[in-house]
Design a protein around this ligand. Structure first.
Ligand SMILES: [Zn+2]
Length: 88
């Protein structure tokens, strides 16, 4: 169809790049394409914010919490973060 550079990601591709970026696996070009996608795609913007938020909480909880009680607290934190994102 077209030979122009593929700049427009589909939502599932954007989400995949977002996941890769979380693990520092995404290339610069992939990140640029993700940002372009996020400019016009509200759903993926939400997904990305959620993703960053959750991995931050998980990272933090892994350092601070080792026992069962803390794991329960972590789950509550995650639920709250998800709810906050949904209501924004
Ligand atoms: Zn999208």
């Amino acid at each position: 169809m077209s030979t122009k550079i593929k700049l427009m990601l589909k939502c599932d591709e954007a989400n995949h790049v977002c996941d890769k970026a979380q693990h520092k696996d995404a290339s610069l070009w992939e990140k640029i394409k993700l940002h372009v996608h996020l400019v016009y795609c509200n759903a993926c913007r939400k997904y990305t914010i959620n993703n960053i938020k959750l991995s931050k909480i998980i990272k933090k909880s892994r350092i601070e919490c080792l026992d069962k009680k803390c794991k329960e607290k972590m789950k509550l934190e995650l639920d709250r973060a998800i709810k906050e994102t949904e209501t924004n």
